[in-house]
Ligand binder design. Structure first.
Ligand code: ADP
Ligand code: MG
Length: 698
């Protein structure tokens, strides 16, 4: 393959622009070619403008009849009147803010150059008066001179629209992509797919597909391009998993388990409840994995509150009974702490040493933990990803449990596995992956499902309400001795900004509920502060906990019966479901009150789904459809498995073709050593070997 061409090679991209491209993870011309459009606008010339319905885009090509500049108080307005070949007329308007202090500057300068009387132009815009069905006045979004050859990139076609960052416009971006398509990079774009498969599935060649995904000449061409690129993505990933599966099979454990029950029996007796049938079934499945010669790789699915933690604890106790160490990795410090306290409580009186390790563990405590891990004094370690730091060395770690696995990246999971060559791995999630997908991709992954909740749980009433009604609900419940959560969304993905926002809301809420005891929790607090706040809330020293989504997973306070979610439309489905799962944990009727602010259509759909559905698995499937699989499979952070062209739901047929072809490919050429597979193999290496140590293709 050719050496990658840096993006700055393209005309018009200097260091400043390159920085913007970096934000989109585009470093090379090849990256740019593989940065596919988010969507397409239909800018083919169609109906006369007065037949467009109110919201659709108006695309018009015509000659300039006359123009006007209209000075107004705070804006400048430029107008052009156009007529097309058939005599349709249209009035176009551009608005610009007045820029004070630059009196000689005409913001419409370049526009006026293209729009002189008689010149032929394209305009793309929206109708000015949406209700006036026959109106032919539009506000222009983009315009082009018809005699410019590059105009055909933007107008009169299915036009690509990219997901961009501030400082880059689609107009510019299309030109860069066009230039990239002209470079040798495209000519040198190697065909990585084996020729036999290309023929069998009648796929476009790589250069054809890339050209067509950006600038399709027809919908049919676009469909073929997407199919080719989706197939390629699916085949690469499926093959990677396929190879990994064969490699894992060869390994056998050099340690074994025996069910001794010297810890398990007293543990069960102390528990205070009976396992549900579902829990019993999955514990058996896990134990039989542990006792087999192959390392376990099992996914434990179970709805929020179904009792996955005790199941994990049973598995960990089996490891400890056999003289091994076990680790549990949780996505947040609060959850790790919570698990630690749960474990301490449930293991009271048993000779099992447990510790918790997070990034806020003090140096001295950390040192002690590391020492005891290394000499084997410590049996169970709970923690965040601090557990997989390089200096954390275990004496004999044999079982690793990953809670809420969808929150971790593939890299983190493999890193845990690297801690020791052979390891039994249990991952847990309330956001399940459809079984077919899991099997197809992971291949070796077994799935256990807890399909019932512990007895005596009340169904949570989910409602949408105005803030006032939501606060009435809080007031009523707290007056009856219950407790409530009020959660605000993360703002711009930043805990820092969110902390500030939630602090302001907290001050307001104190005035709304002067008679109650309020406390606040957010990610910027120190570990000690967080612990104190949580402990006080659990002990009913406070009534209302105002928080960011840091409390999303794991918090378990039975007396809390109201969960108010502010700006509910900002949360994803899985988050809403997790948050709702924080209430309804005790004997009292509980409520989840969603307070939407502005609801877009997807947002509204999410809120509707969450109100209508209690089944976490159904929610999980819908969530995947709304968000795409990358995020849910836990790969968004590491960006390795994100599908750019493919969609496992819409392109299900292609997915299954790819899986079938993968199986044939690997059965004919397991090591991919035939010359016709060389480029495919190289691409696999490039994609997966760098970051993903589990695949050994060398
Ligand atoms: P999740 O599956 O969401 O992680 P947890 O493991 O946190 O659920 O369990 C939720 C609550 O249910 C905990 O308080 C736990 O002690 C309790 N629980 C678990 N199993 C049972 C059971 N069989 N009977 C009664 N309560 C149970
Ligand atoms: Mg849990």
């Amino acid at each position: 393959m050719n050496a990658p061409t840096q993006i700055q090679y393209l005309k018009g991209i200097g260091p400043a622009k390159a920085k913007l491209f970096e934000k989109l993870e585009i470093a090379t011309v090849e990256d740019l070619l593989h940065y596919y459009p988010r969507t397409y606008q239909d800018r083919r010339l169609g109906m006369p403008p007065n037949e467009y319905n109110s919201d659709s885009l108006v695309v018009f090509k015509g000659r300039v009849l006359r123009t006007q500049t209209v000075p107004a108080r705070s804006v400048l307005i430029f107008k052009a009147f156009l007529e097309d070949e058939k005599g349709n007329q249209i009035e176009c308007t551009w608005f610009k803010k007045r820029t004070f202090g630059r009196y000689n500057f005409d913001p419409f300068g370049t526009l006026k150059k293209d729009f002189h009387i008689g010149s032929e132009v394209w305009v793309i815009g929206r109708r000015e008066n949406k209700n006036n069905f026959f109106g032919n006045k539009i506000t222009v979004e983009e315009q082009y001179a018809a005699d410019d050859v590059l105009t055909e990139l933007h107008a009169g076609r299915l036009t690509p629209v990219y997901a961009l960052t501030d400082g880059l416009t689609n107009k510019q971006f299309r030109l860069f992509v066009h230039e990239a398509l002209q470079t040798s990079a495209l000519a040198g774009e190697p065909e990585i797919l084996p020729p036999a498969l290309l023929q069998k599935r009648k796929l476009l060649s790589a250069p054809q597909a890339l050209k067509a995904i950006h600038f399709p000449n027809s919908l049919a061409e676009l469909t073929s391009a997407r199919a080719r690129l989706a197939y390629e993505e699916f085949l690469l990933l499926a093959t990677a998993w396929g190879i990994k599966r064969t490699q894992t099979k060869i390994l056998a454990k050099d340690y074994s388990y025996e069910i001794k029950k010297n810890l398990l029996s007293p543990f069960r007796q102390n528990l205070g409840f009976e396992f549900t049938n579902s829990q019993r079934k999955v514990i058996n499945e896990i134990f039989s994995d542990l006792c087999s010669v192959r390392p376990m790789n099992r996914l434990l699915q179970g709805d929020v509150g179904s009792g996955k933690t005790v199941v994990a604890l049973c598995a960990m106790l089996l490891a400890v009974e056999n003289g091994y160490q076990a680790a549990l990795m949780a996505p947040t410090e609060i959850l790790a702490e919570q698990h630690y306290f749960t474990f301490k409580k449930m293991l009271a009186g048993l000779p099992v040493n447990v510790a918790v390790l997070t990034s806020s563990t003090k140096a001295a405590a950390r040192k002690k933990i590391l020492k005891e891990l290394a000499d084997g004094t410590l049996h169970i370690l709970i923690g965040t990803h601090a557990v997989i730091q390089d200096d954390v060395k275990f004496h004999n770690l044999r079982l690793a449990v990953i809670d809420e696995q969808h929150r971790f990246g593939v890299k983190q999971r493999s890193k845990l596995k690297e801690k020791t060559a052979k390891l039994d791995l249990l991952t847990m999630t309330a956001t399940p992956i459809p079984r077919t997908l899991a099997l197809a991709f992971y291949g070796d992954l077994e799935v256990s499902t807890i399909s019932e909740l512990p007895p005596g749980r009340q169904a949570i009433i989910t409602e949408t309400a105005t803030p006032k009604l939501a606060y009435d609900r809080v007031r009523e419940e707290v007056s009856n001795g219950r407790q409530a959560y009020i959660v605000f969304p993360l703002i711009e993905e930043s805990e820092k900004i969110s902390a500030k926002a939630v602090t302001e809301e907290f001050e307001k809420l104190k005035k709304v509920f002067p008679q109650f005891r309020l406390s606040m929790l957010h990610g910027q607090m120190t570990q000690a502060e967080k612990e104190k706040i949580m402990a006080d809330f659990a002990a009913h020293q406070t009534d209302i906990l105002v928080a960011t989504p840091v409390i999303e997973v794991g918090i378990d306070v039975k007396n809390a019966t109201v969960m108010v979610i502010e700006n509910a439309e900002r949360f994803g489905l899985a988050s809403l479901h997790q948050l709702r799962g924080r209430v309804g944990r005790g004997e009292h009727q509980s409520y989840c009150v969603l307070v939407p602010q502005h609801a877009g259509s997807v947002a509204k759909e999410r809120v509707d789904i969450i109100c209508a559905t209690r089944d976490g698995f159904k929610i999980g499937e819908r969530d995947m459809q709304l968000r795409g699989p990358g995020e849910i499979l836990g790969t968004r952070q590491s960006g390795e498995l994100e599908f750019k062209a493919g969609d496992i739901f819409k392109d299900r047929d292609i997915l299954y073709q790819a899986i079938q072809d993968r199986d044939e490919l690997l059965s004919q050429d397991p090591g991919l050593i035939k010359p016709e597979h060389a480029l495919f193999r190289r691409k696999l290496q490039e994609l997966y070997q760098k970051n993903w140590h589990l695949i050994d293709l060398s």
